[in-house]
Design a protein around this ligand. Structure first.
Ligand SMILES: NC(=O)c1ccc[n+]([C@@H]2O[C@H](COP(=O)([O-])OP(=O)(O)OC[C@H]3O[C@@H](n4cnc5c(N)ncnc54)[C@H](OP(=O)(O)O)[C@@H]3O)[C@@H](O)[C@H]2O)c1
Length: 263
């Protein structure tokens, strides 16, 4: 199937590693021009150059901290400068730290709100004027299975991601008339650097090895394993592509069947 992404202009936020990186790489493999983002400029440059070398397509780095409004504005400005406009925006960021209601510090709530909610708000606000000029505009937010089913010891993620799900669904109604499709992916446990960090934290708390923690978590999904970043990226790129032209306002789980609800 031709996804219709050749020469599409794409900004994937928070994409030097993990789900974002895999998504940027897959867009590039489909012939899109891509801007990647992260705070660590050296790691980001390495990612941009690795993807560009592999695919032969244009990949640019726009470093910036998505919790800082001026940085987000600069990232958008650089993306538009490099790409000559914008067709697709993927909002992503790091994840908030693990913890329960009683262990998480009060300040961590506000930080999580800025990291996961306001970053999406700022990115979408900045990108909107350019997306409105595109004839294949799409926004994809990355949330979590936690919007359907809370995850143990992740009170911050369980709480703040609900706001992004609400934002996504609301924007589908507000921006649909402008021809901008808006969807979200709810990833389940996928083997990225963040998950390794979370499993390291869990292993230390439970007195087991990291591999044991990963194995126990993976056993909770019907497929009996965690997902790979490429499996997430394939769905992300499809959802943003003209091939998914009638998929709008959807919350798509990519979680190996782990959510225990029928609808
Ligand atoms: N992997 C999973 O199983 C899973 C499941 C559900 C939800 N999620 C969520 O999906 C998102 C991505 O997860 P991941 O596993 O890919 O995480 P990851 O491996 O830790 O990668 C996070 C990426 O975001 C960048 N980043 C972090 N904070 C940033 C900031 N303030 N400004 C700009 N860039 C920032 C990081 O680069 P720098 O550090 O250089 O900035 C890195 O490129 C997270 O919100 C996570 O909670 C993941």
């Amino acid at each position: 199937m031709d996804l219709g992404l050749k020469d599409a202009r794409v900004l994937v936020a928070a994409s030097s590693r993990g789900l974002g990186r895999a998504t940027a790489r897959q867009f590039s493999r489909e012939g899109a021009s891509v801007v990647v983002n992260g705070r660590d400029a050296a790691e980001l440059e390495a990612t941009a150059s690795a993807i560009g070398q592999e695919t032969g397509n244009r990949v640019f780095a726009a470093a910036g901290d998505l919790t800082v409004p001026d940085d987000v504005a600069r990232v958008i400005e650089q993306a538009v400068h490099h790409l000559g406009g914008l067709d697709i925006l993927v909002t992503n960021a790091g994840g908030p730290p693990p913890g329960s209601f009683e262990t998480v510090a009060l300040e961590a709530w506000e930080k999580a709100f800025h990291l996961n909610v306001m970053s999406a708000v700022l990115l979408i606000r900045g990108a909107l004027p350019y997306l409105k000029q595109s004839d294949r505009a799409a926004i994809l937010t990355i949330t979590s299975v936690s919007v359907k089913q809370p995850l143990d010891n992740l009170i911050l993620s369980n709480s703040v991601r609900m706001a992004v799900a609400g934002l996504t669904k609301s924007l589908a109604f507000e921006l649909g008339p402008d021809g901008i499709r808006v969807n979200s992916i709810l990833p389940g446990w996928t083997r990225t650097e963040r998950v390794t960090e979370l499993m390291t934290d869990r292993a230390a708390r439970q007195g087991i090895t990291v591999e044991e923690a990963i194995g126990r978590q993976a056993a909770g999904a019907p497929l009996g394993r965690m997902g790979e970043p490429e499996e997430f990226a394939n769905v992300a790129v499809f959802l943003c592509s003209p091939a998914a032209g009638y998929v709008h306002g959807a919350m798509i789980p990519v979680e190996g069947g782990s959510i225990r609800t029928t609808l």
